[in-house]
Design a protein around this ligand. Structure first.
Ligand code: NAP
Length: 430
């Protein structure tokens, strides 16, 4: 031990611990006891844990960690956690990198085989979830798709895990996994629901300042479980995330009005096949970026945001109403202009004056509007009428109502109506 104390302060690697019996540096074992936790610089999370369970540590071991570095890396302060990721797709791999950076051990299992990827990245991959549970991880981190999570969770052999195992999830909806975890897990298991509000695209240049939402749904106070939970969360704080403690309900309300709307707009835009132009505005660049970010996520993810968030339907309806309102504003104005032309005979500004063709039905101008259109085209004057074919398809465009019929004579009315119909048909089929 004396020799050990003379070594520089940072000789213990993240995946090593000091044996309390031999005082040798050894690889960390699977068994985790509170006496092996080292005192750490209090973070937002560790503070709470230290208050409730002050770690009484052997003096020699504490001395071995007296460091001149004012802010040693977290894994050098606390013994690393064993974190088992279930669902090792796009997001599982992305989050694993940061967890590794923070010095924790990462195990992984998934429906598909990621053993090659894991070999290259120092992660132990298990084709079988049973074998992974034999390793008794401290934290099981669920990163499966929202849609598959229930099946995935029910396939985990809970009896193989330690009775105080913590389950965490990263699903982009929160009430659903919270309720499911409470239903499926044995009572001693801890539950912390999280949502990193970023992904492989938006977080590719670092996580500094990016929001990380969490809700400690069921963590036993003043226990090692609480301590491990703080340690788990502090990994994200150490990566620079802005930690936001929030209930699952509140998360889902905010996320439907922000994230779900964003994804929906991105999905709509993706149907327009937008392309970059030589004159992109900043706003347009933002839209292109949004489209790219959105479609890089799986459709399962987007569908999960809709299906598993009780607030999503309302947001889709709001969006629909908002679009209708904007169309009404535009075409309502167009409607006024048309009415002025048709009823009040105010010619279009800049267009040549064309005399209306008088018929015996003085209140109808059979060829007036079409003539103006033709004349406008001939003189290259701007026409405010959109393509007439498209015009027909606009749900919110209302045809101007026909003038009131003061004549009670049925036959006259009929011929007037026919004349109006013919006039409308001419207008919309031009
Ligand atoms: P995803 O399509 O939502 O999920 C893919 C993952 O789910 C893969 O690990 C896949 O396993 C697994 N999976 C899909 N169907 C399965 C099934 N029937 N049975 C078993 N496993 C199945 O895409 P993701 O982006 O990786 O997201 C994973 C989780 O992270 C989701 O819950 C999502 O809400 C959350 N999240 C994502 C982001 C993001 O930006 N992408 C951000 C925050 C949170 P295999 O790969 O083995 O097939």
């Amino acid at each position: 031990m004396a020799a050990l104390l003379q070594q520089p302060c940072h000789f213990i690697k993240p995946d090593q611990v000091i044996s309390s019996s031999t005082h040798q540096i050894i690889p960390s074992s699977t068994n985790y006891s509170s006496s092996s936790l080292f005192p750490s610089k209090p973070t937002k999370f560790t503070k709470i844990a230290l208050k409730s369970s002050p770690a009484r540590l052997p003096t020699q071991i504490c001395n071995a960690h007296v460091s001149t570095d004012p802010d040693p890396a977290p894994a050098q302060r606390d013994r690393p956690l064993k974190i088992a990721i279930v669902g090792f797709g796009n997001f599982g791999q992305f989050i694993a990198k940061a967890i590794r950076r923070q010095g924790h051990h990462v195990l992984a299992t998934s429906r598909s085989d990621y053993s090659d990827y894991c070999d290259r990245h120092g992660i132990r991959f298990y084709r079988n979830v049973d074998e992974m549970c034999d390793e008794r991880p401290d934290v099981v981190l669920v990163c499966s798709s929202i849609l598959s999570t229930e099946t995935v969770l029910r396939g985990i052999p809970m009896h193989k895990l330690n009775p105080d195992t913590i389950f965490a999830d990263v699903l982009s909806v929160k009430q659903f996994p919270r309720n499911l975890l409470l239903e499926v897990l044995p009572p001693g298991f801890g539950i912390v629901c999280t949502h990193p509000m970023f992904g492989p695209e938006s977080g590719k240049n670092g996580w500094s300042g990016l929001p990380f939402v969490y809700d400690k749904v069921r963590i036993a106070e003043n226990t090692l479980q609480a301590r491990k939970c703080e340690q788990f969360l502090s990994a994200f704080e150490q990566e620079g995330c802005r930690m936001v403690e929030m209930s699952c309900e509140e998360h889902d309300r905010h996320a439907a009005g922000s994230q779900f709307i964003t994804h929906t707009i991105g999905r709509i835009l993706s149907h327009l096949d937008l392309e970059s132009t030589p004159i992109n505005t900043k706003g347009y660049e933002t839209l292109l970026q949004l489209t790219e970010n959105t479609v890089s996520d799986s459709f399962d993810l987007y569908y999960g945001l809709f299906m598993y968030n009780v607030n999503a339907t309302e947001q889709i309806e709001n969006l629909d109403r908002a679009f209708e309102a904007v169309k009404q504003k535009l075409f309502g104005r167009l409607h006024d202009l048309l009415r002025k032309q048709i009823v009040e005979r105010v010619p279009l500004q800049g267009a040549p004056q064309v005399a209306p063709v008088r018929t015996k039905h003085a209140d109808v101008a059979p060829s007036y509007v079409p003539n103006i259109e033709k004349a406008s085209k001939a003189n290259a004057a701007p026409s405010f009428l959109p393509d007439s074919g498209k015009m027909k398809a606009l749900t919110s465009f209302a045809m101007p109502p026909p003038p009131q019929d003061s004549n009670n004579d049925g036959s006259a009315s009929q011929s007037k109506e026919e004349s109006r119909k013919a006039n409308r048909d001419t207008l919309w089929s031009q």
